[in-house]
Design a protein around this ligand. Structure first.
Ligand code: 6GU
Length: 240
């Protein structure tokens, strides 16, 4: 049995046809560590025109995703639209710019605690608030910019979570050295050749002195973080 079952609700199911077929995600699927199901919200539409959105009450531009098809999809996937009756380990995530920002700790928490992860891809104009009120356990954004829909964000969350599933990691320690696992950006990396077009690999990395190498990596990670993301060094690990 898969350790994690992911269900994606989208009006663009074709968006996901190949995106989960590569690398760690493909391997995790083949190993039965994760199962990913894509659901077309339109198939749960109740009216004869299969409408998934409608004009906003109160007026204004854009369309709002209707609640009925999303409620029907959740009923179908989880067997209930009552959060109290969701299977244990279930999180229903609405991807939206109004959500709390995705972070490495949130991805880690989802990897550690979740067995059923439902990702609802909203369109940027919005989703009827009653979906949020009744069905959603977590509203999540992937950053301070606006996407035309939550689909790319669903892929980002799925990737960030799946690679943290214990059995998905190629090497036991490879996630420990990630950017953000210690609240810093990663240090630079080099491989052969030691001299590429006159650009030399730092001498210390060729020295075999593991203590010196560890110190160099830490210094470089700090230097990089200070120059690119000083905010990560300020609060004592605010959201980390
Ligand atoms: Cl989750 N959705 C949309 N539409 N835009 C976003 C986002 C999500 N996260 C950042 N921008």
């Amino acid at each position: 049995m898969a350790m994690l079952r992911i269900d994606v609700l989208t009006i663009f199911p074709e968006f996901f046809t190949e995106v989960f077929e590569f690398g760690i995600i493909r391997r995790a699927k083949l190993a039965g560590i994760v199962e990913i199901n894509i659901h077309d919200i339109r198939e749960f539409a109740t009216d004869k025109h299969k409408m998934t959105d409608d004009r906003p009450f109160g007026g204004g531009d854009g369309m709002v995703m209707k609640p009925e098809p999303i409620f029907a999809a959740i009923q179908n996937i989880l067997g209930t639209t009552d959060q109290a009756e969701y299977p244990e380990g279930t999180r229903v995530v609405l991807l939206s710019p109004q959500g709390r920002p995705l972070s490495q700790p949130l991805a880690q928490q989802l990897a550690d605690e979740t067995t059923r992860l439902v990702l609802i891809c909203g369109r940027y104009e919005g989703v009827d608030e009653r979906v949020n009120e009744r069905l959603v356990t977590d509203e999540v954004s992937i950053g301070d910019y606006v996407l035309s829909g939550g689909e790319p964000a669903a892929i980002v969350i799925a990737d960030a979570v799946i690679r943290l599933l214990p059995a998905a990691l190629g090497s036991e320690t490879s996630a420990e050295n990630d950017s953000f696992s210690d609240g810093l950006l990663d240090c630079p990396h080099y491989t052969r050749p030691a001299d590429f077009m006159g650009m030399k690999v730092p001498e210390v990395l060729l020295s075999g002195d593991h203590a010196e190498i560890a110190k160099w990596r830490r210094d470089k990670a700090l230097e990089k973080t200070r120059s690119v993301r000083p905010d990560l060094l300020k609060g004592e690990n605010g959201d980390m």
